[in-house]
Design a binder for this molecule. Structure first.
Ligand SMILES: [Zn+2]
Length: 113
């Protein structure tokens, strides 16, 4: 989450520095601030969605090791931000289809079927 906030701040600063004016030849196109915000918002949503889809293609194991599952992509939308690291292992909060609820799960080292 921190990284995303940082990259948003960096992009915002870049936009402020470029002062929202685009020069094409002799024409100056002024970009309203809300267009910048919309573009930024769309970018963020895409970024989070792509990350979630990539995550849903991996195998995860319930914390107690009893279930191995591929999480649903929409479970990863939020799940990618809900994690904690214990003993160098990252536990994501994802919905396990076997448990039927959100559990802490870690990425399986063996990603083969
Ligand atoms: Zn489970």
């Amino acid at each position: 989450m921190k990284r995303i906030i940082l990259s948003v701040l960096a992009s915002l600063m870049l936009i402020v520095l470029s002062s929202c004016e685009t020069h094409i030849g002799d024409n100056v196109i002024k970009t309203p601030w809300w267009v910048v915000l919309v573009i930024l918002g769309v970018y963020l949503v895409l970024h989070i969605t792509v990350k979630a889809i990539l995550m849903s293609k991996k195998y995860f194991v319930c914390k107690d090791g009893s279930h191995r599952f591929k999480p649903k992509w929409y479970s990863c939308l939020l799940g990618q931000f809900l994690f904690e690291t214990i003993d160098d292992k990252t536990y994501y909060t994802l919905k396990c289809p076997e448990c039927g609820k959100r559990v802490q799960a870690y990425k399986d080292e063996n990603q083969e079927n």
